[in-house]
Design a protein. Structure first.
Length: 78
């Protein structure tokens, strides 16, 4: 339960865009939405470098970018 309190209760990956650079490597961007234990939500982007191995495609490097600024409500837009 301590991990849920710290990191959140659920994560859903929304969209994934991939670009294969060649037969052996590529880049992938995924976006996710997380629900925290207190009911708040947040979003994150994953930028992955993938490589083809004998066991299939694997992530060789991942950059995680959480969204730091909340989106504005429609009533708050200029």
């Amino acid at each position: 339960m301590a991990l849920i309190d710290r990191y959140g209760a659920a994560l859903m990956t929304g969209s994934t865009i991939g670009l294969v650079l060649n037969r052996h490597a590529g880049v992938v961007r995924s976006k996710g939405l997380g629900i925290m234990a207190d009911g708040s939500s947040g979003s994150v982007s994953y930028d992955d470098v993938v490589v083809r191995t004998s066991d299939g495609w694997r992530i060789s490097c991942r950059k995680v970018s959480p969204r730091r600024t909340p989106l504005k409500r429609a009533t708050e837009l200029d």
